[in-house]
Unconditional design. Structure first.
Length: 381
């Protein structure tokens, strides 16, 4: 070494300085932080959605359980009320019977008192008699009076017992009636409390759901708007391309026909007639006549054909698309009520004099005119 300072080395091309490197690293770090924040926010949104679903499910189950408990309590209370009403009816009937027996006993007592007074009068008249025969008669009358008095005493005891029984039944009825009123008041109070709690719970749940749904709807609307911008641009591009393609389609000599069915009940394996021709391009009169009368389409121009047929019926079953005598497609009806439409669509290669037809699979009514039709279009020659 000679101790002299070496000249700086000249570097050709673009050099990444420290400043540029740090700026690049800052950009990468910032981008990573933004993505991390987005991931955290998405996870937070998912957790909030799951929590909201749990709350709604819990509130629904608790409300449903409370409703089942209330219904059980109401059923028990209604059964108790029915029993009390039945007991009241039984007590009323027993009370009426006891009242009738009491009236009968009072009537008998009145008759007994009248008879006793009559005997007392006769006894007072007989006391004045002097002979022994009359005295014996008086003694017999005295015995009769004693027996009547004993019977009257027994009757009075029965009447007292009946009065006590009636009083007890009255008290039972009053207690039962008071219990029924208390039960009814408690039931009304319970229903009011349950209605208030259920209304409060429903309002709270609705408010929570509305807030959550509004929040998520706002977020999803922002994403939808961003998607719509891109979709609108794509649609414009497709539309412009379609306009250009339409101008390039050359005119070709094609075969196209659309005909609709004759409405009537068709029997098993009967060929469906297509009487009403809606569109006819390049189809001869003889082919149209055959399609109307027999349901047969006879191919005059060989090529690839697109065949579409829809049939409406109000009966379960099926129908077939046949090429010549072979089945190439089948459709079914499966309904509980009303009517149903089933469709067959096929690409079929037809040769000259090949035939196409729709056969009914089982006996059923086929709706006609625009509700059951067939369309045949030649794609290639």
């Amino acid at each position: 070494m000679n101790g002299r300072t070496q000249p700086p080395t000249v570097v050709t091309g673009q050099v990444l300085t420290d400043k540029h490197f740090y700026m690049l690293m800052d950009i990468v770090t910032e981008q990573r932080n933004v993505r991390l924040k987005q991931s955290i926010e998405i996870a937070h949104l998912k957790s909030e959605l799951i929590a909201t679903q749990h709350i709604v499910t819990s509130n629904f189950h608790s409300s449903h359980s409370g409703n089942d408990t209330l219904k059980t309590v109401l059923d028990i209370m209604e059964e108790n009320i029915r029993k009390m009403v039945s007991n009241y009816s039984s007590l009323q009937n027993e009370f009426n019977l006891v009242k009738a027996e009491l009236n009968e006993l009072k009537l008998n007592n009145s008759r007994t008192n009248q008879y006793a007074r009559l005997l007392e009068q006769e006894l007072s008249n007989v006391k004045q008699l002097k002979n022994v025969a009359n005295l014996q008669t008086v003694l017999n009358l005295t015995d009769d009076v004693k027996r009547l008095e004993h019977g009257q005493h027994i009757t009075n005891n029965k009447i007292s017992s009946i009065d006590n029984d009636v009083s007890a039944r009255k008290q039972d009825f009053v207690a039962l009636f008071n219990k029924a009123e208390l039960t009814e008041r408690n039931l009304d109070l319970t229903l009011k409390i349950i209605e208030t709690n259920f209304s409060s719970l429903t309002q709270h749940t609705d408010n929570s759901l509305n807030k959550s749904f509004s929040y998520f709807e706002t977020r999803f609307q922002m994403l939808t708007d961003m998607q719509n911008v891109s979709t609108g641009k794509l649609k414009k591009e497709i539309h412009s391309m379609s306009d250009r393609d339409v101008m390039c389609i050359p005119f070709v000599d094609i075969v196209a026909v659309t005909a609709c069915a004759l409405q009537k009940p068709y029997s098993l394996y009967e060929r469906i007639q297509f009487l009403y021709v809606k569109t006819n391009i390049g189809v001869t009169d003889s082919v149209i006549s055959s399609l109307k009368s027999t349901g047969n389409f006879k191919c005059v121009k060989p090529g690839l054909y697109f065949v579409s047929s829809y049939i409406m019926s109000n009966t379960n079953g099926n129908f077939y698309l046949k090429k010549n005598s072979g089945i190439i497609a089948e459709a079914y009806f499966s309904l509980n009520s009303g009517a149903q439409t089933s469709t067959i669509m096929q690409l079929i290669l037809l040769g000259a004099n090949d035939t196409l037809s729709i056969f009914n699979g089982n006996s059923k009514n086929i709706y006609g005119n625009n509700r059951s039709c067939i369309s045949i279009l030649q794609l290639t020659g």
